[in-house]
Ligand binder design. Structure first.
Ligand code: UT7
Length: 322
């Protein structure tokens, strides 16, 4: 039994923030942001929009493409590190809004690897026969956690949500997933305030938001993603020549190019959205996937490699037949 993606969906908040807009807020330039990261614009939520409201919109599109009813869904999992509230979890909010009842509903916190972690969990439930139709979402509103006086981070992140429907199938779908982490790297990329640590500073508005030692993260990301490609293909027993599309986490165009080179894939076979979305954390892979499915690049039966890297550090991949 496999878990197959039968529908994809996405949502981006309407408010577009360009590099030129950011030049008015911090000491930066369009040229610096483009050459160092590849980012040209990103979307930010407006007041009233939250992670769960974005999730619901992405989920509705995925449900429609899959040709199912929300009531067919028997497992809901959301990868996010920017939940609406401490609890209830975002999965339950999505579940309630879509009218799904009496199913597991959870959220998984793995920073930018959240979607791949969520996909890996849903895949296991389907393979074990404990779920038949899962809604898997990656969503984040990192604009809410940015430090607007830190030019080295505030220009990089955007908001959005992407969703997939995974159905039990005898036809191959997800061939393998790999998830892993190394918590020793906590200080290189973090938002160090939460309900059980520094909460007073957070509610007093003194918290500093996302902090990143960019150049150090860059090096570990490139090395980790490079070995992740080998580990994933080896685990699945698939040759790298069989991969039709790389759908990577969209943090930095240079990191994406390094991963493509490692795979021996031309950039024409890599889905790149970082220029339009920035780094949307958990949402970046499902947003990129949905774009390439809807514009017809990704076709049924093709082999896709998804790979992510984020704070923790966490990382993960999925090799699948679409
Ligand atoms: O999604 C989770 C994983 N995240 C990542 O994978 C992100 C990994 N890191 C990166 O993508 C890159 O390291 C960045 C895009 C964040 C930065 O690029 P970089 O080439 O590593 O630059 P840097 O951090 O080494 O900074 C170079 C210079 C510094 O100036 P000096 O010290 O050389 O004079 C910074 O102060 O660029 C300066 N700088 C800026 N200048 C204009 C930093 N941010 C900006 C800015 N505008 N926004």
């Amino acid at each position: 039994m496999y878990a197959r993606i039968t529908g994809t969906g996405s949502y981006l908040p309407p408010r577009v923030v360009t590099n030129a807009d950011l030049e008015k807020i911090v000491d930066t330039s369009d040229e610096w942001i483009r050459t160092r990261s590849g980012i040209e614009r990103r979307h930010h939520v407006d007041p009233g929009e939250t992670t769960s409201t974005m999730c619901v919109k992405a989920a509705r599109q995925a449900i429609e493409m899959a040709g199912i009813e929300a009531s067919d869904i028997d497992f809901v999992v959301v990868g996010t590190c920017t939940p609406d509230q401490v609890f209830p979890n975002v999965g339950t909010m999505v579940q309630a809004e879509l009218g799904i009842i009496n199913t597991p509903a959870l959220s998984v916190e793995a920073a930018c690897s959240g979607f791949v972690y969520a996909l890996s969990i849903a895949d296991k439930y389907i393979r074990l026969g404990e779920a038949k139709c899962a809604l898997v979402i990656g969503a984040d509103a990192l604009s809410k956690l940015l430090n607007w006086s830190d030019r080295s981070t505030c220009v990089l992140f955007g908001d959005g949500a992407g969703a997939v429907i995974l159905r039990a199938s005898e036809e191959p779908g997800i061939l393998t997933t790999v998830i892993s982490a190394d918590g020793r790297y906590r200080d290189l990329l973090q938002c160090q305030y939460g309900p059980s640590r520094g909460y007073d500073a957070l509610i007093a508005g003194q918290a500093v938001g996302v902090e990143m030692k960019g150049a150090e993260v860059f090096k570990v990301a490139v090395n980790t993603l490079s070995s992740l490609v080998d580990v994933t293909l080896e685990k699945a027993g698939v040759d790298r020549a069989a991969v039709d599309w790389l759908v990577p986490h969209q943090a930095n165009l240079r990191i994406i190019q390094a991963a493509a080179k490692k795979l021996g894939l031309p950039m024409e076979q890599v889905v790149v959205t970082v220029q339009d979305h920035g780094n949307t954390s958990s949402a970046s892979i499902p947003l990129a996937l949905d774009r390439a499915v809807r514009d017809g690049r990704i076709q049924k039966g093709q082999m896709l490699l998804l790979e992510a890297f984020g704070g923790g550090f966490t990382w993960g991949s999925a090799l699948l037949r679409f």
